[in-house]
Design a protein around this ligand. Structure first.
Ligand SMILES: [Ca+2]
Length: 355
């Protein structure tokens, strides 16, 4: 069996993360050039082992025709490490984190607004904020929760601190009405009773951006630091998991039900997290189930490439991502953006931790 040594030229050459024990399609062009495999039709490789050395990522790939030692010289943007070193504060209540490595991606929608409308529904005028698509480089890897924060995890915070959410302090939240969506103000709604019977492993809802920050301040007071909401760019990078398509699994919305609870399959309620398929980086419920608060204020996208974007310095609305149980497929796309004021809370808004 021949052995080849391939040198990938950059982190954008690899379509998805390499993880040991998993089969991967290796980008044909790269290997065809480097390995002279142009005649071969078999580019499916099994990853035997993977590791890092002096900032390079090394992978040993095999397929029936050859063994390849692949060297990623750009720092390994396409490498997703399994959650072996996840932080373990008891305050987290078992939240698992996935390591999202440094790297570059194209942020925003590849499809134009009219194309989104014709293919996925909704109204084109709402999709302008997904453009222009622009290059983003994230220079620091980060941990991201494998699931949104669950009721049983948020409850640890509430029990420890006596914290009362904004919905509780003001006595109301936005509830769901089948005819008018969730714009009706309902007295007495709060995370413990958002209008449906809650389960421990459903994502917490009816929490505002401000409530999420209070929870994060408490987590950071527990002897560990650095918990936070993801930036919008971090969220989209993690959601895409190397993909450029409308969803992390491709452009075909008919497959969304395999990965997400959304308007067509959720029965108008949140579902316990982690039941659907994860994205290629091991993140669950990015598409659908609950909208997820990001750290950023809402702002227009830049026209050129940016590094570690954090959104505008000030604003009126915070960004939410990913769509929810209440959302048609068009709003569950990786590039879709939604906004609410930081004190807003309703039956489909939740969040996910970063660190
Ligand atoms: Ca989600």
């Amino acid at each position: 069996m021949p052995v080849f040594i391939a040198k990938a030229l950059g982190d954008t050459l690899l379509p998805q993360p390499y993880m040991a024990g998993i089969d991967h399609e290796v980008m044909v062009v790269t290997l065809a050039i480097d390995l002279d495999l142009a005649e071969s039709e078999d580019f499916r490789f099994h990853v035997l082992a993977i590791g890092r050395n002096h900032g390079h990522t090394l992978a040993v790939l095999t397929n029936p025709r050859c063994i390849v030692l692949l060297v990623l010289v750009a720092g390994g943007a396409a490498l997703a490490q399994p959650n072996l070193e996840a932080p373990a504060s008891p305050r987290l209540g078992g939240i698992k984190f996935i390591w999202i490595p440094t790297g570059s991606f194209q942020m925003g929608s590849q499809a134009g607004s009219a194309e989104i409308e014709s293919r996925y529904g909704g109204e084109a005028r709402f999709f302008g904020v997904e453009h222009p698509r622009h290059g983003v480089r994230l220079t620091r890897g980060f941990w991201l929760g494998s699931c949104p924060v669950l009721n049983e995890q948020f409850e640890i915070f509430v029990k420890a601190t006596g914290y009362r959410t904004e919905a509780e302090r003001e006595g109301w939240g936005l509830g769901y009405d089948g005819k008018i969506g969730h714009s009706n103000k309902v007295n007495g709604l709060a995370w413990q009773h958002p209008g449906h019977r809650i389960q421990a492993r459903q994502p917490v809802v009816m929490v505002s951006w401000n409530d999420a920050q209070a929870y994060i301040r408490w987590l950071n007071g527990g002897g560990e630091e650095g918990y936070r909401l993801p930036t919008e760019a971090e969220w989209e990078c993690a959601c895409r998991a190397g993909s450029a398509s409308a969803y992390s699994f491709g452009d075909d919305a008919s497959r969304l039900g395999e990965y997400a609870w959304f308007a067509q399959n959720a029965g108008y309620v949140t579902h316990p997290a982690g039941q659907k398929k994860p994205n290629p980086w091991g993140l669950y419920d990015m598409h659908g189930n609950v909208w997820e608060w990001c750290q950023d204020w809402m702002g227009d996208y830049p026209s050129g490439s940016v590094v570690d974007p954090k959104g505008p310095a000030s604003g009126q609305y915070r960004v939410l991502r990913g769509g929810s149980w209440h959302s048609p497929a068009v709003y569950c796309r990786s590039a879709n953006r939604r906004t609410y004021g930081p004190d807003s809370r309703n039956i489909s808004l939740g969040f996910r931790l970063a660190r």
